[in-house]
Design a protein around this ligand. Sequence first.
Ligand code: ATP
Ligand code: MG
Length: 409
Amino acid sequence: MQIYKVGGAVRDRLLGKPVTDIDWVVVGATTEEMLAKGFRPVGADFPVFLHPKSGEEYALARTERKSGRGYGGFTFHASPEVTLEEDLIRRDLTINAMAEDDQQNLTDPYHGQRDLEERILRHVSPAFAEDPLRVLRVARFAARYAELGFKVAPETLELMRQLSESGELEALTAERSWKEIFRALMEDQPQVFIQVLRDCGALKVLMPEVDALFGVPQPEAHHPEIDSGIHTLSVLEQSALHKQPLTVRWACLLHDLGKGLTPEEEWPRHIAHEHKGLKLIKAVNERFKAPKDCQELALLVGQYHTHGHRALELKASTLLELLQSFDVYRRPQRFEEFIVACEMDARGRKGLEQRSYPQADYLRGAANVARGVAVQPLLEKGFKGPELGEALKRERLKALKVYKESAAS
Ligand code: ATP
Ligand code: MG
């Protein structure tokens, strides 16, 4: 049997990038031979094995054929006769379809190295269209390598467009899509992921609520970039520039969905978009089964981001309601994520990226003040149950009034 390094490991070595996980392909072997060498099978009927020591993935060279909709609709054929070239042709991009032996001799039948040099993301063969997940993968690679100047080849974008129009994207499971989405959001330029999905018509299918923001104007005085979709991309870009966690990036992407629902007569104003957007945020959350903390933050940021921006003008009672809604006493981290999401929103405006955001520290201070109100003296006064809760609220409100006045002076 011959063993080759394939996929990302080869690509990233040639790019001079750090290689994290290595995938291997094995040519000329049978399942029985792999088992005899101590490899552990990954699934009962899939020709992929884990190395007994390194735990890295070793796949038998295989060919694939589409036999139905979605990912379940694949039949594959692995046997010792399948050649390396046959295995590589079923891969998504030419830059991912190179193999290397232990002497670093490159097998590159589909010119991945040339495309690496020319910074092109190009599909290997028309079989690309057999797995709609590849649309998301290409968009993710575009985001990851945008910094290096990579672009999607026009003919690949065209195939992605056909896939998006064919209805195949709908056959993707939430789990497979989310895995690509969250990895893409964690790249340095996640906005490129959304932009590429939009360019090929996939955004309209996957997240029509986000797609609908493009072409919707906002008041120029607050939003020099005007377009709500452009604004959303900028907010996402800022969240990555500031190394925010996934929860914040997800919330940034979804915070303004309500603006897509505003009747044209009301443009460029978006009255109550925070509230109107909630059902859309919920729909996107559920469509991809986003993790609970992502779902929760997206809804809270959607509902309250304008409060964040107006923090310094809020009445003490409104400020208290905000803090209560976030349960800042037990969930300090979530409120901090809300604050930075608001800041990213403010910075995601053309020409205002560097402007300071005093609301952030003001909100942090308010949360500390509310948290600082001690329960003990109230217990000592004999408050219990719901009365204790009310008394605590009154004390917090008092403290916030003092805080607000001192901040104003
Ligand atoms: P990463 O650095 O994100 O791990 P990778 O290229 O190694 O990038 P993997 O998901 O680990 O990506 O897959 C390994 C290889 O398997 C890819 O380089 C590609 O050749 C192939 N591959 C993975 N998923 C698909 C797919 N859906 N369609 C076609 N080829 C795929
Ligand atoms: Mg990999």
